[in-house]
Design a protein around this ligand. Structure first.
Ligand code: NAP
Length: 248
């Protein structure tokens, strides 16, 4: 049965890591949630079942955020099934690390198309509806790499810096229409994305973090949930770092 008091949220990259934790946090906070992912059907089906815990509808769809037409179709279907979208969180992201001197065009292209074009595709598809309803909250996942740069990650850092400029510009454009747009810039968060680090790199990273540990996906998700909620009603155009102090 449909509960008309529930709001509707969209989350990209929801099958794992920060996206998955965000889907759960938003379902807990009263949203029905549509998420997309690239390939991990097993994790997606498991997450859909978590809706029962929260009395929420959670639906996962395989959509490549780099493909504008697929994103548009997914968003149209979501609005037909769940209703107008109140909140959008773009967490889909990839890394293809290499020093620039060895960077392959394909590595550059894949990261920009997924991380930056993906954010454009989603925001482009939801913004008109939000403007018409004069309400909406968008949170885009950037990174401390987008603020400060990371060696061997020129592609990733450029995509995440692009997300910051994009989010600030969209916040300026749409504030008068009742839409808030913020970026969240995590440091090292314990997800599959950082699991590939070797032991030495992990120890070096931990030594550089004043809080001496990596963050959890749930900690990032709680910040995102705060930003999309009415508790964050006066926050827009912000870039909030959640990084254990690594950039101090
Ligand atoms: P993750 O564990 O690797 O999960 C990535 C998610 O994105 C998965 O659900 C994946 O789907 C999805 N995805 C990847 N490419 C996609 C595409 N083309 N279309 C649709 N979905 C796609 O990543 P994470 O660590 O949670 O990171 C989430 C976001 O936070 C990313 O934007 C990342 O750049 C950012 N971030 C992470 C950290 C960190 O330390 N973890 C730090 C700073 C910023 P499948 O499961 O199907 O592959």
């Amino acid at each position: 049965m449909t509960d008309s008091t529930r709001r509707v949220a969209l989350v990209t990259g929801g099958s794992r890591g920060i996206g998955r934790a965000t889907v759960r946090a938003l379902a807990r906070d009263g949203f029905d949630v549509a998420f997309c992912y690239r390939s991990d059907d097993v994790s997606a089906r498991t997450l859909e079942k978590a809706g029962d815990e929260f009395g929420a509808r959670i639906t996962g769809t395989r959509v490549d955020v780099a493909d504008a037409a697929s994103v548009r179709a997914w968003i149209e279907t979501t609005e037909e099934r769940l209703g107008p979208i109140d909140a959008a969180v773009t967490a889909a992201g990839i890394t293809r690390d290499n020093p620039l001197v060895l960077m392959e065009d394909e590595q550059w292209r894949q990261v920009i198309e997924t991380n930056l074009d993906g954010v454009y595709h989603v925001c482009r598809a939801v913004v008109f509806g939000m403007m018409k309803r004069r309400r909406g909250a968008i949170v885009n996942l950037s990174s401390v790499a987008g603020v400060h740069g990371h060696g061997t990650q020129t592609n990733y850092s450029a995509s995440k810096a692009g997300i910051i400029g994009f989010s600030r510009a969209l916040a300026k454009e749409t504030g008068r229409s009742g839409i808030r747009v913020n970026a969240v810039a995590p440091g090292f968060i314990d997800t599959d994305m950082v699991a590939a680090m070797n032991d030495q790199a992990r120890q070096e990273a931990l030594a550089a973090i004043p809080l001496r540990r990596m963050g959890t996906a749930e900690e990032v998700a709680d910040l995102v949930a705060y930003l999309v909620s009415d508790r964050g009603a006066y926050i827009t155009g912000a870039v909030l770092q959640i990084d254990g102090g690594i950039t101090l």
